[in-house]
Design a protein around this ligand. Structure first.
Ligand code: NAD
Length: 305
């Protein structure tokens, strides 16, 4: 198939690579010209605009930072919808709010094409491995049509059809609210226990075998405990996700006290200028308060995933 891919950042570059390796004819675009080079070397074609990436494609993927970027790339001048083929499918892989997904769907239908919201989970490690969870909203028939290509990006057993347009985004915001607020609690738990005299390895061994275990501990937690601050998921994007979740709660008139408290920790990390750092930086706030770095003893190291 001829496929367009726009947004070749920490996630997009891996996902686009898997589409290319699946044998498809791939055209790519990003604001950063450099981001396209490795894919071009692997056989992709560079486009000079989102419209050029979309022209003639049966599927167009976007993986962009925030909802405004997604709308701009789709509906702006030189955008995807100015060139999309009738019947083609625009699949947004970004984390956005459901209202933006609905707006995108309406604009895409008006252009004679179809839209799916398909946010992803599994981080850059999952994107690299091609075993992400994809949670998809939109028409079921369109979902089934593109599922074989979605399975190049994610694991088939983790491909979840969620319902109508926007439902993928609702699921993603619920998931990230849970994972990201758990990371705040992990930093408080480690600060408390380590200041009281238990080392990080002992505490990790206990929690990972007990009721406090979580994917957040094994992912984000092991990264900070290993001193791994490699950029993967930026504080700014984490703050956006928690913010979109609390905004959705407000729009429903639903009190979510704990979520709004967790959000303050991400806002504080941004205020300190850590927005472009890996989201592990959020843990630094509680490290400072406890006067302890949350690290495994130096003699050890464990890969994070
Ligand atoms: P990123 O900032 O690393 O990459 C985004 C890319 O989009 C950049 O290369 C940037 O140049 C490009 N871009 C921005 N505006 C553009 C525009 N107008 N036209 C073309 N290209 C543009 O972000 P990321 O970490 O790859 O995340 C992408 C999306 O996936 C976000 O919505 C994020 O919340 C979500 N996500 C990220 C992770 C993760 O672990 N990083 C995991 C799951 C979901």
């Amino acid at each position: 198939m001829k496929i367009g891919f726009i947004g070749l950042g920490n996630m997009g570059r891996h996902m686009a690579r898997h589409v290319l390796e699946g044998g498809h004819d791939l055209t790519v675009f990003d604001l950063s010209r450099e981001a396209g080079r490795p894919l071009e070397e692997a056989g992709a074609t560079w486009a000079n605009s989102p419209a050029e990436a979309a022209r003639g494609a049966e599927i167009v993927f976007t993986s962009l930072p925030v909802p405004a970027n997604v709308l701009e790339v789709a509906t702006g001048e030189g955008g995807v919808l100015s060139a999309i083929s009738p019947g083609a499918v625009l699949v947004d892989l970004s984390t956005i709010d459901p209202d933006t997904a609905v707006t995108l769907d309406a604009a895409t239908r008006a252009a004679g094409a179809h839209a799916l919201d398909s946010p992803v989970s599994g981080g850059t490690v999952g994107a690299d491995r091609g075993d992400l969870c994809l949670m998809v909203g939109g028409d079921h028939e369109i979902f089934e049509r593109v599922a074989p290509v979605l399975n190049l990006i994610g694991a088939a057993e983790k491909l979840v059809y969620c319902g109508g347009i926007g439902t993928g985004s609702i699921c993603k915001l619920a998931n990230n609210l849970l994972g990201l607020s758990t990371s705040v609690m992990i930093s408080e738990a480690f600060g408390m226990a380590m200041k009281a005299g238990v080392d990080a390895r002992t505490l990790y061994n206990v929690i990972s075998a007990s009721s406090g275990d979580s994917a957040a501990l094994r992912g984000w937690g092991t990264s900070i405990l290993n001193g791994n601050f490699e950029p993967g998921f930026m504080v700014d994007l984490a703050a956006k996700d928690v913010g979109l979740a609390t905004q959705l709660g407000r729009s429903l008139g639903l009190p979510m006290e704990a979520a709004n408290l967790a959000q303050q920790r991400f806002i504080e990390a941004q205020r300190r200028g850590w927005g472009k750092d890996a989201m592990q930086a959020v843990g630094r706030i509680q490290e400072e308060r406890s006067g302890i770095e949350f690290r495994f003893p130096e003699s050890e190291s464990e890969s994070s995933d």
